[in-house]
Design a protein around this ligand. Structure first.
Ligand code: HEM
Length: 213
């Protein structure tokens, strides 16, 4: 494990535990409304981070963020739920190093996603084609993609000012996710409505579904 990875893992582990509690996997896998609500929260967090990625550094991660957002839209549409409204909250990252910290959190969450996928398929009877595309993510390629991201992180001196900024971005992102997942009122009660995705989303969904096989 590189120094920068070790720093991030250690400094964010308490946040991981908090976010995992707020995520409430036991409830997610037995309550479809809660599952949908969770995807909507995660989508709002991704949306905020994508805005920041586009503002700060279009090259870093915004393509993958768009892909993950599309997967969530596919799931919500498959489950007959609307995508959430744009999050109305002030949240920003100060630099592209902070953005790297945010991407550490999102890329790392794909590891847990592989476990969540199995539980969701058993608990809710979903599959990647019927509401669990987001958690399938990159499937068997998840580890390789994660390792490639860690290789990029390894170039950063964990004791540098840059390392401080990356850590700050990661902490901010865990805190954002915690805040969104801990809400009980803003998105609830969830109206599960049949929505017709707009045309570009539909097209993207079809393309992604054909890639997903
Ligand atoms: C939005 C919620 C979550 C976020 C943002 C998140 C974030 C992360 C991050 C950043 C890592 C990488 C840690 C490292 O540096 O090695 C990680 C790993 C992991 N997460 Fe989560 N996580 C979330 C939810 C969960 C949940 C609900 C579970 C429960 C199944 C979980 C299980 C794991 C596991 C088992 C690993 C380690 C995987 C491995 O190294 O083999 N996570 N997560």
């Amino acid at each position: 494990m590189s120094g920068m990875h070790a720093r991030l893992k250690t400094r964010t582990s308490a946040w991981h535990a908090r976010v995992e509690r707020a995520f409430d996997l036991k409830r997610v896998v037995r309550d479809l409304d809660h599952y949908i609500w969770t995807i909507r929260c995660l989508r709002q967090a991704h949306e905020l981070i994508r805005w920041e990625a586009e503002r700060l550094d279009r090259q870093t991660g915004s393509g993958r963020l768009a892909m993950r957002l599309a997967w969530m839209d596919i799931d919500l549409a498959a489950l007959g739920a609307a995508s959430p409204p744009p999050p109305e909250m002030e949240w920003s990252l100060a630099s592209s190093d902070h953005l790297l910290g945010a991407l550490y959190v999102l890329n790392g969450s794909a590891l847990g996603g592989q476990i969540i996928l199995g539980r969701v398929c058993i608990g809710l009877g979903l599959s990647p084609r019927s509401g669990a595309r987001y958690f399938r993510g990159d499937g068997r390629r998840t580890r390789t993609i994660w390792q490639a991201f860690l290789d990029e992180l390894a170039d950063i001196d964990p004791l540098s000012a840059r390392g401080d900024r990356v850590e700050q971005g990661a902490l901010q992102t865990f805190s954002l996710l915690h805040q969104l997942l801990s809400r009980t009122v803003l998105l609830r009660p969830l109206a599960v409505e049949a929505v017709e995705p707009d045309i570009p989303t539909k097209k993207l969904c079809r393309n992604l579904a054909s890639i997903a096989g």
